[in-house]
Design a binder for this molecule. Structure first.
Ligand code: BES
Ligand code: MN
Ligand code: ZN
Length: 507
């Protein structure tokens, strides 16, 4: 009952191929359809066409046309023709964003994409508001053009991108060529991540995750190593292995090595890649259980990061690690009370099989720290439902026993438009993950609460002296209503934070 095994590239949203070819320029004269940002003045409700890079006379004609149309901005974007040029006027929301200004630009691009799905112009010019970063608008536009249609009947599938513009002009923007190519690479990486997130769990299982990682590594020239069940057994990774016991698909531990400028240093990115989390024997309730296909979002973000970094060359080597597994209920599945020996040698009493992400990461982190001796290690995981209660959907939680590492991540990530908020790892809580019959227990006693922090405290047991930070992205990875992100499906959250951590390292 698996979906037919076509090449995964044929299932990718069309925007991925479009992004490869579209010409990106910063010309100072508009071409094709012109998208203009409008601002609605607070008290008067006047429409202000605030696009400084549009030629003054053209701008005033456009303002007149908008006034004549009686457009208030409330009825959605307005299409008017000025001097034979089609103009789409859209409101650039004055959304208040949490210290991550790029998200306003991205949101505008996302809004514009909705209008442009039917645009058949050969070229598209983005004429932004004052202080707009048009490359970020482009980024949002690319996110808005994403459409997961690969799982629909191919006979009826229309090539949505065939009509997309071949050229995008960021009118009068200051970005250099390398910077624009960086934006292109990130936009494509986001598509890869979202595709892997959104794909159904009977298609995107650990084997397919490994296959896609292998193919991408080949394309970009990364060394890629995949450890299967037998290798994991030989290495003694029984913590990770215990999670997969109930699933019919074997687990995979994936390593993609991206070469950087300074090859004497390594940053490690590690992602939780649960392609489905039914909870195991500690079965989850059935309502909304389908959402647990997104439990591989950390791994998907790591894969996206490997793609992006392969295109832009990071300052240091980066090893991208994905722990891919299912967590299913079955006669062979782990039982609450079972004790397993992890790769590190520490034994773990598994009191709740639904706290499985930490069991996979325990072995992935310990092995990565030992083998690659990274200068910095960052993991991203949809680890706890509790983080959704604590922080909601706008930003993710960051945790570290090292304050400098936490601060470094917060700063780097904010510049890439993904807010992180720190939760403390209190030393007092270390004892809460100690077991009476094993070295560790995978959940704390019920009175301890602080579920997200406990997750971080548990993981910290496996990183040794490595500088390490943990991102809990369970609130932000999908369906986020956060500003600047798609309204449903995967958001690729964590990709930008991890890419930022790598790109700013060694500077
Ligand atoms: N994948 C879940 C966390 C999750 C829950 C992500 C809801 C997104 C939305 C994780 O494996 C899990 O089940 N965590 C448990 C931990 C608990 C048993 C200590 C949780 O959050 O309930
Ligand atoms: Mn779980
Ligand atoms: Zn999970």
């Amino acid at each position: 009952h698996a979906l037919s095994k076509e090449n995964w590239r044929d299932l990718l949203p069309g925007v991925f191929g479009w992004l490869e070819k579209v010409q990106l320029t910063t010309d100072s004269t508009p071409a094709g359809t012109v998208v203009v940002a409008a601002e609605i003045k607070d008290k008067t409700n006047d429409v202000l066409i605030d696009a400084p890079n549009l030629e003054a006379q053209f701008r005033s004609k456009l303002s007149d046309a908008v006034a004549k149309a009686g457009w208030s901005g409330k009825s959605g974007p307005l299409t008017v023709v000025v001097d034979n040029t089609v103009c789409v006027v859209a409101v650039a929301d004055k959304v208040d964003v949490c210290g991550a200004p790029k998200r306003r630009d991205r949101k505008f691009g996302l809004d514009v994409a909705r209008v442009l799905r039917d645009c058949t112009a050969d070229a598209l010019t983005l004429a932004g508001f004052k202080d707009a970063n048009l490359a970020e608008v482009f980024d949002g536009l690319a996110m808005g053009l994403y459409d997961l249609d690969g799982f629909k009947d191919h006979a009826n599938r229309k090539d949505a991108v065939a009509d997309f513009p071949k050229k995008i002009v960021l009118l009068g923007a200051k970005h250099g060529k390398d910077e624009l190519e960086g934006y292109r690479a990130m936009a494509r990486a986001v598509v890869v991540t979202r595709f892997v997130q959104d794909a159904p769990p009977n298609y995107l299982n650990p084997l397919m995750f490994a296959e896609i990682s292998t193919d991408i590594s080949k394309e970009l020239g990364h060394k890629c190593t995949i450890l299967g069940k037998e290798e994991l057994e030989k290495l003694g990774m029984h913590s990770m292995l215990s999670v997969a016991d109930g699933g019919k698909t074997e687990p995979r531990l994936i390593f993609m090595e991206v070469a950087g400028e300074d090859t004497s240093k390594t940053v490690a990115l590690v992602g939780k890649g649960l392609t489905f989390d039914a909870g195991g024997t500690s079965l989850k309730p059935s309502a909304g259980m389908d959402e647990m296909k997104y439990d591989m979002s950390g791994g998907a973000a790591v894969l996206g990061a490997a793609y992006f970094l392969g295109k832009v060359k990071p300052p240091t080597n980066v090893v991208c690690v994905i722990g891919a597994s299912e967590n299913m209920a079955d006669g062979n599945a782990t039982k609450p009370g079972d004790i397993v020996k992890s790769y590190s040698g520490k034994t773990i009493e598994i009191l709740n099989t639904d706290a499985e992400g930490r069991l996979v990461l325990a072995d992935a982190l310990a092995y990565t720290a030992e083998k690659y001796k990274p200068e910095l290690m960052v993991d991203a995981a949809t680890l706890t439902g509790a983080v959704l209660h604590g922080l909601g959907t706008v930003g993710a939680a960051v945790m570290s026993f090292d304050q400098d590492t936490a601060s470094y991540l917060i700063k780097a990530s904010e510049a890439f438009g993904e807010p992180l908020w720190q939760l403390p790892l209190w030393n007092e809580l270390k004892k809460e993950v100690k077991s009476e019959v094993a070295d560790l227990r995978n959940i704390a006693k019920p009175n301890v609460k602080a579920g997200t922090i406990i997750g971080g405290v548990f993981l910290a047991e496996f990183v040794g002296d490595t500088k390490w930070a943990h991102l809990d992205i369970a609130g932000t990875a999908w369906s986020s209503l956060a500003h600047g992100y798609p309204a449903s499906g995967g958001t690729a959250f964590g990709l930008r934070a991890m890419a930022a951590a790598c790109m700013n390292f060694n500077k």
